[in-house]
Design a protein around this ligand. Structure first.
Ligand code: NAD
Length: 349
């Protein structure tokens, strides 16, 4: 089997971690990414000089370009992460989510189908999705399993649900070898500053309010990004065609608890650079109007991937969050370039 792999969304938060994990496993990695506002070549700096790595700036909706890349690299599969991923943006502007997440996945599936029909060989289409497709959990003991019915609440989760259905249909109808993974909330280094954890860290360091939606009691299951990357390569290599695997961190936490832990870590690791006028980072917490359609609780049953493929997360929430805070403290250049807007101008202007 060829050891070349296409990773879409490779300049994003999770994608860049998956690129590093695939290189560690000796793949020839081709990262396909449009470089939207969320794509960041600085997240790939550590691998940019590797002879096993190449980057193609392409929109996944561009069939001609996807066909070209497939023929050029003849990969053993596609690990598909490219997507619009921020729920709040999907509420104010759903169009990009419909285009990239649904039409983009459709384009990749069609290109893969024709590629496999014409050129044969081993090939796997691995679609990376979210636990948000399952909607809200009701009982405190309930968990999402691979059999849970879909009930997406936001335009983001609806677009991901639609793309999951397309992938399964292409597997069933055209016998394209496909696998789907649905994962809980990720956190870790290189997370775009609009997401909860980096947003709170960077606001706290700038003495800005830490805005919590509603009462902050929404529960999420948190997984360290490098654990997710390992899980994805495990499924790509060992997952059975046609199957779905849930991936989770066994770390259920209320949003307000996450922010409290963050503030405590900042006291410990960044107490000496606390901005003037801030007595305690926790004092910056403010509660703001909840967002529409906000799901109360997500929690994953990840026993199938553990039993069948032997994957378990390495990090606890405490160890992963500590690494995350430390990374943001040590990598100011990365996030300051994003915050002052110079990054896109430099790369794309
Ligand atoms: P991200 O927003 O950080 O990165 C997305 C990447 O996709 C960016 O580099 C962007 O430039 C690229 N992209 C977007 N539209 C594109 C297009 N049309 N063509 C080519 N590239 C395009 O997202 P992330 O948090 O790294 O998430 C990656 C994937 O994992 C997504 O599919 C998301 O739904 C899924 N997921 C994320 C989480 C999470 O907590 N972040 C959890 C479960 C699943």
């Amino acid at each position: 089997m060829s050891k070349s792999i296409i990773i879409t969304g490779g300049a994003g938060f999770i994608g860049s971690s998956v690129v590093r994990e695939a290189l560690r496993r000796n793949y020839e990695v081709v990262s396909v990414d449009k470089l939207t506002y969320a794509g960041n070549l600085d997240s790939l700096k550590s691998v940019a000089d590797s002879t096993s790595f190449s980057f193609e700036q392409i929109d996944i909706c561009d069939r001609v370009e996807i066909d070209r890349v497939l023929l050029k690299h003849r990969p053993c599969g596609i690990l598909h992460l490219a997507a619009e991923s921020h729920v709040d943006r999907s509420i104010t502007g759903p169009g990009d989510f419909i285009k990239s997440n649904i039409e983009g996945t459709y384009t990749l599936l069609e290109a893969s189908r024709h590629y496999v029909e014409e050129h044969g060989g081993d090939f796997k289409f691995h679609h990376v999705s979210t636990d948000e497709v399952y909607g809200d959990l009701e009982g405190v003991d309930d968990l999402f399993t691979e059999e849970t019915s879909y009930a997406p609440s936001s335009p983001y989760s609806a677009s991901k649900a639609a793309s999951d259905h397309l992938v399964r249909a292409w597997g069933r109808t055209y016998q394209l070898p496909t696998v789907v993974t649905n994962c809980s909330n990720n956190y870790g280094p290189r997370h775009f500053p609009e997401k909860l954890i980096p947003h709170m860290i960077l606001n706290a360091l700038a003495a800005k309010p830490l805005p919590i939606y509603g009462d902050g009691c929404q529960i999420r299951d948190w997984l360290y990004v490098e654990d997710h990357a390992e899980a994805l390569l495990t499924v790509f290599e060992k997952g059975a065609s046609g199957e779905t695997y849930n991936i989770g961190g066994h770390n259920e936490m209320k949003n307000i608890e996450v922010v409290h832990q963050l503030c405590d870590l900042l006291e410990e690791l960044a107490g000496d650079i606390k901005p003037a006028g801030v007595a305690a980072y926790r004092d910056l917490i403010t509660f703001v109007k909840d967002r529409p359609g906000h799901d109360v609780r997500y929690a994953i049953d990840a026993s199938k991937i553990q039993k069948e493929l032997g994957w378990v997360p390495r990090e606890t929430f405490e160890t992963g969050l500590r690494k995350t805070v430390q990374w943001y403290l040590e990598n100011r250049d990365w996030w300051e370039a994003i915050l002052n807007g110079s990054y896109r101008l430099e790369r794309l202007g």
